[in-house]
Design a protein around this ligand. Structure first.
Ligand code: ACO
Length: 336
């Protein structure tokens, strides 16, 4: 049976460590507020000119090397980001140029916090259908260049970090689906009715006669806007739904899962889900304390950290779920 499996992981965060105390020096916030509401203690922001594709490159090179592959053996690049290098072309093309592997398809996925699971699902379909054997799947963000670092932007700015995570998804011919590592399922959802609850309005053709003009800039439409409470309420409903959907599709219950690697938007969201499913604390791998919300990169960063810290071992059954702007939400169940 032709299936895909995660062959390797890689991650990279930039050097610029920014603590909550650092933010409190430039806007009206406090370490106490940020920790209590979100669990975040620090994040990494780029110091210089690094672009999203630069962070993606470092994470990808590590993942490709750990897969035991040469770069030219990668047959497709899928990159999820909401902070692209440029409006067009897609950041996957810039990553491809930096990797030096021309000719193969390079695809951007714009599903924000759910972007990595959408990308994983797309890669899985290509592999299951026998089209490609090795696909590089990356989530990467440089949020810090797009955050309003003052009192007006504090509700969004404190939440986000820069970083990249990558996996190489490879084809496997499995005989025993119960025990052999592979992607068991992915389930994807969206509801565009909530598109404006978390978004960056400009630049874009949805604005007046210009994608970005003086009035958009004056009104700060190029900064992200978030209705935090609405996002929170939907996240704690939709992530469990997607998780149950994935578990049911495979005849599993939460107790069958060895490790949960969720999207990292808010520690309170993940704690609520863990409580709802009665998941013991040690089975939920959170990284938000250290890296904040790196959007499309949270899950591959989580996987890499979990491998490096010995929490995730070959053969373990893993469940991931994510929720974010769009609204979009998804789950994936996989034996690592
Ligand atoms: N520091 C200090 N005070 C702040 C800050 C800050 N950084 N930000 C907001 N406040 C204030 C507010 O102004 C408000 O003050 P008021 O009571 O005087 O009006 C007060 O703190 C409480 O604000 P709330 O919005 O009620 O805070 P809440 O408990 O809802 O937490 C948070 C806010 C953390 C943003 C939460 O709503 C949340 O996590 N939402 C989900 C975020 C998320 O999941 N995003 C999606 C992923 S991102 C993606 O997909 C791209």
């Amino acid at each position: 049976m032709l299936r895909s499996r995660i062959l390797s992981t890689g991650m990279h965060v930039p050097e610029g460590l920014v603590t909550n105390h650092d933010l409190a020096r430039i806007m009206d916030t406090s370490d106490e507020w940020i920790r209590q509401r979100t669990g975040i203690e620090q994040r990494y922001w780029v110091k210089g000119n690094e672009a999203t594709s630069d962070l993606a490159l470092r994470a990808s090179e590590i993942a490709i090397e750990r897969a035991g592959l040469q770069k030219h053996q990668i047959e497709m690049i899928i990159l999820a980001t909401l902070s692209p290098d440029h409006e067009f072309p897609g950041t996957a093309c810039f990553l491809q140029k930096k990797l030096g592997i021309p000719g193969i398809p390079a695809l951007d996925v714009r599903q924000q916090c759910t972007g990595f699971l959408y990308s994983l699902s797309i890669a899985d379909q290509f592999i299951r259908n026998g089209v490609y054997r090795n696909i590089l799947v990356v989530g990467a963000e440089v949020h810090s260049k797009g955050l309003e670092k003052n009192d007006r932007g504090r509700d969004v700015t404190v939440l986000f970090g820069d970083g990249a995570g990558a996996v190489v998804l490879g084809a496997v011919d499995i005989r025993d689906p119960k025990s052999e590592p592979h992607i068991l399922s992915t389930h994807l959802h969206a509801d565009g009715a909530f598109a404006e609850e978390l978004w960056t309005p400009a630049p874009g053709t949805g604005n007046s006669s210009e994608r970005v003009g003086a009035s958009e800039l004056e009104n700060g439409l190029h900064w992200p806007k978030m209705n935090g409470k609405t996002v929170f309420m939907h996240a704690v409903k939709r992530m469990p739904e997607a998780l149950i959907e994935g578990l049911k599709a495979n005849g599993l219950t939460p107790s069958d899962i060895d490790l949960f690697v969720f999207h990292q938007a808010n520690l309170r969201i993940n704690d609520m889900i863990a409580k709802q499913f009665e998941i013991p604390e040690e089975k939920v791998f959170n990284t938000i304390q250290k890296f904040a919300n790196t959007t499309a990169a949270t899950i591959p960063i989580g996987l890499d950290e979990a491998v490096r810290t010995g929490k995730l071992k070959k053969g373990m059954l893993v469940a991931s779920a994510a929720f974010g702007s769009g609204f979009t939400w998804a789950s994936a169940i996989y034996r690592f």
